[in-house]
Design a protein around this ligand. Structure first.
Ligand code: 8DG
Ligand code: MG
Length: 129
């Protein structure tokens, strides 16, 4: 039995651009760009995990989010379940509270971004919206 890491992921969307951060080089999938988010803790629901992670990592308060998709992916060294949510209403200007690189990228340029493998399904879905 291998355990699956459940991850709350936020696609922060404003004016047809999304907010990305760059994973720390020593992290799993280090150096890749990502949608902010992180692991759900045992005592949390997914929406609670999303709100906490986006507050901790990028300093925003989520006011409303809508589920986009769930993705199961096996990286070989780690299995993840990404719970991906669109975040279109929030307070504060997103930045990286963890000192990571960040940038806004137009949706139609997402296919050029170096994401972890599991993210191609997210990119395809966003390009189709
Ligand atoms: N946040 C995020 N994680 C992603 C994406 N794509 C993807 O495969 N992942 C994977 C990478 C990691 O294995 C996992 C997220 O775990 P994490 O290590 O960032 O979790 P965390 O923020 O709670 O970090 P930590 O407390 O363990 O440092 O999900 C994505 O777009 N965003
Ligand atoms: Mg994280």
């Amino acid at each position: 039995m291998t355990n699956i890491v459940e991850v709350a992921v936020g696609v922060i969307l404003r004016d047809k651009e999304v907010f990305l951060t760059r994973r720390a080089s020593e992290a799993h999938q280090g150096g890749k760009w990502e949608f902010p988010g992180g692991k759900r803790e045992a005592n949390e629901s997914m929406p609670e995990a999303l709100a906490r992670e986006l507050q901790e990592e990028v300093g925003i308060e989520v006011l409303a989010s809508t589920p986009l998709m769930q993705i199961s992916h096996d990286y070989g060294d780690k299995k993840v379940l990404l719970d991906v949510n669109l975040v279109v209403q929030f307070n504060n200007e997103p930045e990286s509270k963890e000192g990571l690189e960040f940038r806004w990228v137009p949706i139609n340029r997402l296919s050029e971004v170096d994401f972890p493998e599991a993210n191609s399904a997210i990119v395809n879905k966003l390009l189709a919206v």
